[in-house]
Design a protein around this ligand. Structure first.
Ligand code: GDP
Ligand code: IMO
Ligand code: MG
Length: 430
């Protein structure tokens, strides 16, 4: 049963969107399993740039079902704008399906996200202010409004009234005027009318595809170290980006996951606050940000840049039980004399080779680097491993050896075509 998870192995923006598009052409079903429009997944195909925040990046393949999974929180306005924009860019798309169990993001979630961030002051998380944390808070508190209720003409007005009463009391604590029930109801009823045809119970549909042995691709969002449990808490998102989240956010049991590919950059980036052991706060970091055009797809913020952290990546391989690595942006590291990778940390004078869990400890660690020779030239036309310079291959071998995880795919540019399959057997097989 070829069910494959694509997971972000670092702090997000590893190029999951590109990979889901590349492999989505072979899948009959692509399900995004976590997060909301805090994500920004870029696909470059046929000379066009597509940006997905909520719609699975597999939608560009007609004949593929693209499912917004039950683990997601969905802003209806954002979803409709994305749908209209995508269909204007490409008229033939896959079938969009939305799980009736996904939660809906409302204006009060976005307001509370911004207000809670402001209240955190110096300790702010640096959220995308898309209302993600507050929407998941409602889910956990069991007062969230799910897609199934949202598109039900009878239930939605009653549920909105109930929840808005509570939210307006909470907004008052921040000195805010109450939000108007009538205005939200009118605006969101219009969204619900457009979204209704896409919403359905999806567990059976997913189970049947898995049982029939169809190729099913589970698209992660964010990254392993932004995971609510496994990430650098509290500087995390409010969902489960790790591979385990793919079971929760789609309704597939763990025995039906056949392969897990972890997408990672040849260096590291992070957006927002929180520990980042290999961060480069100097000119070199600025240089990589410029040549790599490292600015957020969702917020436009400059991404923090650092060398590849192999200690963290190995931890990620374990947390996600990765069967293979997808290494992206190899092209960006061309023309460096030498390239550094962190292979250990120093903590209070002692060397350690694991990633500590506590942010205060993480803030004290110093990376210990290993230097590898760089390579020269433009890699973007490479299509096989043998097209790559020997030093680039040695860099990939070092990553695989250190993490004990083989390289399945290498990306040498943003376009769909700029992809090298290093080991076909690792992609859909066990
Ligand atoms: P995601 O959130 O993991 O889907 O990643 P993003 O789309 O936010 O960020 C990845 C960025 O890198 C996008 O702008 C992609 O077009 C771009 N990209 C993907 N793969 C490569 C690559 O191999 N080389 C270069 N230079 N850019 C890439
Ligand atoms: P993709 O799917 C990178 C970060 C935010 C912030 C933290 C919490 O494109 O890789 P939130 O709005 O989720 O409450 O913010 O998580 N963050 C991301 N960083 N890529 C993403 O998604 C992210 N989604 C959230 O910057 O630090
Ligand atoms: Mg992104």
């Amino acid at each position: 049963m070829p069910t494959l998870v694509i997971v972000g192995a670092q702090w997000g923006d590893e190029a999951k969107g590109k990979l889901v598009d590349v492999l989505g052409s072979q899948a009959s079903l692509v399900v995004r399993y976590a997060g909301g429009n805090n994500a920004g997944h870029t696909v470059i195909a046929g000379g066009k740039e597509f940006k997905f925040h909520l719609i699975p990046a597999g939608i560009l393949h007609p004949g593929t079902k693209a499912l917004v999974g039950s683990g997601m929180v969905v802003c209806p306005k954002g979803l409709l704008e994305e749908w209209d924009r995508t269909i204007a860019q490409q008229s033939e798309l896959g079938d969009l399906i939305i799980s009736s169990a996904a939660h809906v993001v409302f204006p009060y979630h976005r307001m509370l996200d911004a207000l809670e961030e402001e209240a955190r002051g110096e300790n702010k998380i640096g959220t995308t202010t898309r209302g993600i944390g507050p929407a998941y808070q409602d889910k956990v508190a069991r007062i969230g409004i799910r897609m199934g209720e949202f598109v039900c003409k009878k239930r939605f007005p009653r549920r909105l009234k109930e929840v808005l009463e509570v939210k307006n009391r909470y907004l008052a604590l921040f000195g805010k005027e109450p939000l108007s029930y009538d205005e939200i109801l009118a605006e969101y009823t219009a969204y619900a009318d457009r979204i209704r045809p896409f919403v359905r119970d999806t567990e059976a549909l997913v189970a049947e595809a898995v049982e029939a042995g169809e190729k099913v691709l589970l698209e992660g969002a964010q990254g392993t170290f932004l995971d609510l449990d496994s990430g650098t808490y509290p500087y995390v998102t409010s969902s489960h980006p790790v591979a385990g989240g793919a079971c929760l956010g789609t309704g597939i049991g763990p025995r039906h996951i056949d392969a897990v590919l972890g997408v990672c950059k040849t260096y590291t980036t992070r957006v927002g606050s929180g520990p980042f052991p290999t961060e480069l706060t100097d000119e070199l970091g600025d240089h990589i940000r410029t040549i790599g055009k490292e600015f957020g797809t969702t917020t436009g913020r400059g991404r923090r840049i650092g060398w590849l952290d192999l200690v963290a990546l190995r931890h990620s391989c374990r947390l996600n039980s990765l069967s293979g690595l997808v290494v992206t942006r190899l092209d960006i590291l061309s023309d460096f004399e030498t390239i550094k990778v962190a292979v250990k940390y120093k903590l209070d004078g002692q060397e350690i080779d694991y990633l500590p869990g506590d942010v205060e400890v993480l803030a004290r660690i110093e990376p210990v680097y290993h230097e590898l020779p760089g390579w020269k030239g433009d890699l973007r036309s490479a299509r096989t491993m043998s097209d790559l310079p020997a030093e680039a291959r040695a860099y990939l071998d070092f990553m695989a050896e250190y993490t004990k995880t083989p390289v399945a795919i290498v990306s040498v540019g943003p376009d769909r075509a700029e992809t090298i399959v290093a080991n076909e057997n690792l992609i859909w097989a066990k």
